[in-house]
Structures are given as structure tokens and as C-alpha cells.
Design a protein around this ligand. Structure first.
Ligand code: ATP
Length: 259
């Protein structure tokens, strides 16, 4: 299920503005890759190029390749909607569909993809997705209640359940804990640790302790100056990045000397 992603010579633009330049990286399957770096260096922008969410912004475009399973996701005959089915995303703020019940939130992705399913199969899928997101026990008696009635941490796990219900290969997470309290953050971090046996996970985080706790690989993005494009300085095993990075800029950042 989990897939490797190969990015080569990727330049990412907003109109004429080159926001991120020349990214070359291989994202390993069944592992958590954390992206860290100072504000504005393009972590979120890069993340959104991996499932073609970047181009929903008018004028936004990329040059280069993002290859999964031998297929360049930017080939002209590739449908971006199907890319997003294979590469799911969880955002900074939990965003359950406001008018839907807990059950309907999890089922929504399958319904949007117009897959017809027997009710009993859908029930099983909702249950397994909620179990996968470590939320089942907390919500199994109130599946018909609004998703918005859950706590922030539960809502974020509901969004993870919604994302995994469509059986993606890759999960992208853009600061998934930044709106959560420490207990909910720990719950999500534990969940990330469990999910990585089935998924390729890429997480943007501002929290370096979190990157150190949850990830196998860490990539450091930086910015040469205001108005300059962000770039990937280095990516390596998380333990190496935090103990013995090869670039001085990385060492300065992780030791808090800037950023
Ligand atoms: N919708 C947009 N239109 C134009 N420029 C944008 C847009 N979104 C981001 N940018 C620019 O792209 C660059 C990278 O921004 P991005 O949000 O990806 O950085 P980041 O590293 O994720 O920052 P942060 O850690 O603060 O979230 C910045 O210069 C930002 O101003």
C-alpha cells in the first residue's frame, strides 16, 4: 500500500514568484519524513505539490517531476483528482464537514469518489477507519452525532479517519498538531507511529521535538534571504540531522541559533 515518491528538479511557483527551488528528494515508503525549517521557506508549498493541491491556487505551477510508482504525477494525462485519492492530506486545523455526522464524515470520501457500496461494507469501512485513527472507542456510541461536537484532538483524528477511509498510499500532514493541546498532540503522534507501517507519511512541523519523536527521516528547508526561493538543504536519518547534520545551516537551526 505505502509508496515511494521520487522528486526531481522541482521548482515551485506562485505566478512569477519562485517560492521553492530545485528540490531533489526520495521519500521512503513505510516511514515518516518530517519537514522542518523557518517560516516562509516553503515546507507547506512543497508538501502541497506532492498531491497536486498546489495548483488549485490560481497561477500556481511547478516544473520538474514527482514520480510515484513509475508515474510522473504531473504528466498531462494524469488526473489530479485521482492523485489526491492516492495521496491524502490532513491540515493544520481539524476540518470535519460541518453539517455531517461522525459516520458521514468518514464515509464522505468514498461517497465523493462515487463508489457504490453496500451499507454493511460501508459500516465496516467506517469502523476500520475510525479504529485505524484510534477514535472508534470514543465515538462508537454516537456515530450519528455531528463531527463538530468532538474535541479538537478528536476532530483531528476524525479527519485522519476520513483520509484513510479512501485507502491512500501516502498521507501528507501539514502541522497536524499545531491547533491541539499536549495530550491530543501525543495521541496524534502515537497514531502517526502506528500508521507508518501501512502508509508513507510526510509531516510538516514547526516543533523540532515532534520531528525528533515521530520521524525516521528529517528534511531541513531554508531560505537564503527575503524574496529568495526556499530550498531543501539536506535530508537524512532524523537521528543524524539532530546529532550530526552535514550542513552548518542545519546545525544552526536545530540548535536554535536562528529561525
Ligand atoms: N497562496 C500563495 N500565493 C502567493 N505566495 C504564497 C502563497 N502561499 C505561500 N506563498 C509564499 O511562498 C513562500 C513559502 O510559503 P510556505 O507557506 O510554503 O512556507 P512554510 O515554510 O510552510 O511557512 P510556515 O512555516 O510559516 O507555514 C512564502 O514566500 C510565501 O509567502
Amino acid at each position: 500500500m505505502a509508496k515511494m515518491i521520487d522528486v526531481s528538479d522541482l521548482n515551485i511557483y506562485y505566478g512569477d514568484f519562485l517560492a521553492v527551488a530545485d528540490v531533489n528528494v526520495t521519500i521512503e515508503p513505510r516511514a515518516v519524513t518530517a519537514l522542518i525549517g523557518p517560516s516562509g521557506c516553503g515546507k507547506s508549498t512543497f508538501l502541497r505539490t506532492l498531491n497536486r493541491m498546489h495548483e488549485v491556487i490560481p497561477g500556481a505551477r511547478v516544473e520538474g517531476k514527482v514520480v510515484m510508482d513509475g508515474q510522473d504525477l504531473y504528466d498531462k494525462d494524469v488526473d489530479p483528482v485521482s492523485v489526491r485519492q492516492h495521496i491524502g492530506m490532513v491540515f493544520q486545523r481539524p476540518n470535519p464537514f460541518p453539517t455531517m455526522s461522525i459516520y458521514e464524515n468518514v464515509a464522505a470520501g468514498v461517497r465523493l469518489n462515487a463508489k457504490r457500496m453496500r451499507k454493511s461494507d460501508l459500516d465496516d469501512l467506517v469502523e476500520s477507519s475510525l479504529r485505524g485513527a484510534n477514535l472508534w472507542n470514543e465515538v462508537k456510541d454516537r456515530l450519528d452525532k455531528p463531527g463538530l461536537g468532538l474535541s479538537g484532538g478528536q476532530q483531528q483524528r476524525l479527519c485522519i479517519a476520513r483520509a484513510i477511509a479512501i485507502r491512500p498510499s501516502v498521507l501528507l500532514m501539514d502541522e497536524p498538531c499545531s491547533a491541539l493541546d499536549p495530550i491530543s498532540t501525543l495521541a496524534i503522534e502515537d497514531l502517526i507511529g502506528e500508521l507508518k507501517s501501512d502508509y508513507t507519511i510526510v509531516i510538516v512541523t514547526h516543533n523540532m521535538q515532534q520531528a525528533a519523536r515521530v520521524s525516521d527521516k528529517t528534511g531541513f528547508f531554508n531560505l537564503a534571504g527575503v524574496g529568495k526561493p526556499g530550498h531543501l538543504v539536506e535530508i537524512d536519518d532524523t537521528s543524524t540531522i539532530f546529532s550530526n547534520p552535514s550542513q552548518k545551516a542545519t546545525e544552526d537551526y536545530i540548535s536554535g541559533r536562528f529561525g
